[in-house]
Design a binder for this molecule. Sequence first.
Ligand SMILES: Cc1cc2nc3c(=O)[nH]c(=O)nc-3n(C[C@H](O)[C@H](O)[C@H](O)COP(=O)(O)O)c2cc1C
Length: 186
Amino acid sequence: MEVLDYIYNRYSVRDFKSDAIPDDVLDTILEAGRLAPSGQNRQCWQFIVVTDKDIIKKIARHSFIGLINHFLSNAPVVIVACADPEKSLVLNDQPMYLVDLTLSFQQMIMAAWNYGIGSCWLGGFHEKSLKKVLNIPEQIRIVAMSPFGYPAEKKSFYSKVVSLVSSSKKRLAKEQIIHYNIWEDK
Ligand SMILES: Cc1cc2nc3c(=O)[nH]c(=O)nc-3n(C[C@H](O)[C@H](O)[C@H](O)COP(=O)(O)O)c2cc1C
């Protein structure tokens, strides 16, 4: 597959087969994140690769309210993407750790897709309690996490509802988001 094919056909996967991800494939996915660009090459990121089923279940319990995001408990791997804000740049009053981390984690997500491995960026979780579960130091922020695994043959009712509620196939039209030369009111 070419890069553009990955971009066009990627979607968030919320239903997983129980099949493990081979170690060499997982290493390649992590390497794709390691090679990402970052402001002044500060690389303020840290990733926790969780394969222990009990810890994955605990993460699922702290992933938002009720059953939302509980689906991650079915994945063979969960990666928790952390950053140290003190190590990254602030530019124009904007903290760059969010940008750095996002570039790195998205590269992992796309590298995984190359192997037919699905994922789902998760921003809904209870950071404070999750930090306790994973023994994460005070100054470190959890920016995101994602389950990784081979997509199940069929989508569950839950994931169909989530896709529907977030209109996940829809994107704003080019005319609504692209400005040529100067800002135009739209
Ligand atoms: C910052 C961010 C936070 C997200 N948080 C969640 C989440 O907590 N739970 C979830 O199921 N999906 C979450 N998503 C996935 C989005 O719902 C999904 O990317 C969007 O609906 C587009 O669908 P697609 O990824 O299938 O193209 C998140 C995505 C991003 C970028």
